[in-house]
Design a protein around this ligand. Structure first.
Ligand SMILES: Cc1ncc(COP(=O)(O)O)c(C=O)c1O
Length: 415
């Protein structure tokens, strides 16, 4: 990515929209580097949600009064906006709002997996799956008799695509893969994986939790059958995520949750299902959150997803180079480049990641420490935990310098 792109992004102005970044702890200004866990929320998103509650709060699809009509339109159109954002030309019918990425995985696992899978079928995951996908498909495998297999990663933290080609066979019914690893930062060649899956008539689910927030994503170009992401990792609110599914597949699937709004006709004996996507959205949905998600998409697109990607890659490269220069720091995942996203997982020799995060916290530097919901991957890496610095549109190189200084503090404390 070019330097020109990075310079074009006015981080100073962007930061002004995020009042939380002004917080100080013990006299030091917050350095927020835990964006892969959740991103901060800009004023336009907060304002949009507060306008909703102040001006048109009502339940959707239930009332004929003005407020309900306004809320219903905003809620329905939010689906159209998400569809447009990720290149789903089928529009709202292909976008199901969920609580988050995890619920989207579970929706497909329960609604499709439990009905379609059985002994002899195989589910192929990657060794770098988040628990959201790994645990979910593991349990569906146990309940249906389908076998779960894992595509290996190589020593650089990339998927072994030869292994993928061997592992995915005519017995494979589902390939579920993370687009960008939340631990290694690897950007996986998901459209190649989808192609292999389709060559064997398998479906492909792509977990875009770490991709949609920070790069242009086109689900149709990837040709994913399902694609999921969370609002709270992309400057949006908590409590809302989205599942994209190809219309014909969603239509053939049974509902996952039953109740109000997902039905057309109910008698004491039988019920019939509403149209897409409402068939999968039982009960009162996340209306304010949908409004907030639209505001987040508008906000990010105003900046430009390609520029956000360039900015993150530049920060990741800078952080990688700084940390790589420290002989006692081990970094996980590929070297900086187009197939590495905006996060760096690492360990400081002789210091547990939790201690490191705690010392950083003393200096108001917020990072994540632990297994990042990838325990099997950490087992494979031979570590119980790692530290992770993850970047977003408002982060600066100066903040990465603060990170490195805090590592130095930890080193001295533990020397
Ligand atoms: C790659 C990946 N998948 C799934 C998830 C789960 O997201 P959520 O907790 O919003 O469901 C995360 C969250 O960290 C993630 O990084």
């Amino acid at each position: 990515m070019s330097q020109r792109n990075l310079e074009a992004l006015d981080v100073g102005a962007i930061r002004e929209a995020f009042p939380i970044l002004q917080r100080e702890f013990n006299g030091e200004q917050l350095v927020y580097l835990d964006n892969a866990a959740t991103t901060q929320t800009p004023d336009p998103v907060i304002d949009a949600m507060s306008d909703y509650y102040r001006e048109y709060n009502a339940n959707v699809h239930r009332g004929i009064h003005h407020l309900s009509q306004e809320a219903s339109i905003a809620y329905e159109e939010a689906h159209d906006r998400v569809a447009e954002f990720i290149g789903a030309n089928g529009g709202r019918e292909e976008i199901v709002f969920t609580k988050n990425t995890t619920e989207a995985e579970n929706l497909v696992a329960y609604a499709w997996g439990l009905n379609e899978l059985g002994p002899g079928d195989e589910i192929v995951l990657t060794e770098m799956e988040h628990h959201a996908s790994l645990v979910t498909w593991q349990q569906i495998g146990k309940r249906t008799g389908a076998e779960v297999k894992y595509i290996r990663i190589d020593d650089d933290g990339r998927l072994d695509m030869d292994h993928a080609a061997d592992l995915i066979t005519d017995d494979t019914a589902m390939v579920s893969a993370v687009h960008v690893s939340n631990t290694l930062g690897t950007v996986n060649p998901v459209s190649d994986l989808v192609d292999i899956a389709h060559d064997h008539d398998a479906l492909a689910f792509i977990d875009g939790a770490q991709a949609v927030p920070n790069r242009p994503v086109d689900v149709e170009a990837i040709d994913a059958d399902f694609y999921a992401f969370s609002g709270h990792k992309m400057a949006g609110p908590t409590g809302i995520g989205a599942l994209y599914g190809k219309k014909a597949i969603l239509e053939a699937m049974q509902p996952y949750l039953y109740g109000g709004d997902m039905i057309t006709k109910v008698t004491y004996e039988e019920s019939t299902w509403n149209d897409l996507p409402w068939k999968f959205e039982a009960g009162t949905p996340q209306i304010a959150e949908a409004v907030g998600l639209v505001a987040a998409i508008d906000y990010l697109e105003d900046i430009g997803m390609d520029r956000i990607e360039a900015h993150e890659q530049e920060l990741a490269r800078y952080a990688y180079d700084q940390l790589d220069a420290e002989p006692d720091v081990e970094i996980y995942g590929p070297e900086p480049g187009p197939d590495r996203g905006g996060l760096v997982g690492f360990n400081l020799e002789g210091v547990h990641a939790h201690d490191l995060a705690s010392i950083m916290n003393d200096h108001a530097v917020a990072i994540r420490a632990g297994d990042h919901c990838t325990q099997p991957l950490h087992d494979k890496l031979g570590v119980a935990a790692s530290a992770r610095a993850s970047f977003y549109v408002y982060n600066t190189k100066a903040e990465i310098d603060d990170l490195v200084a805090a590592i130095d503090n930890a080193r001295q404390l533990f020397a």
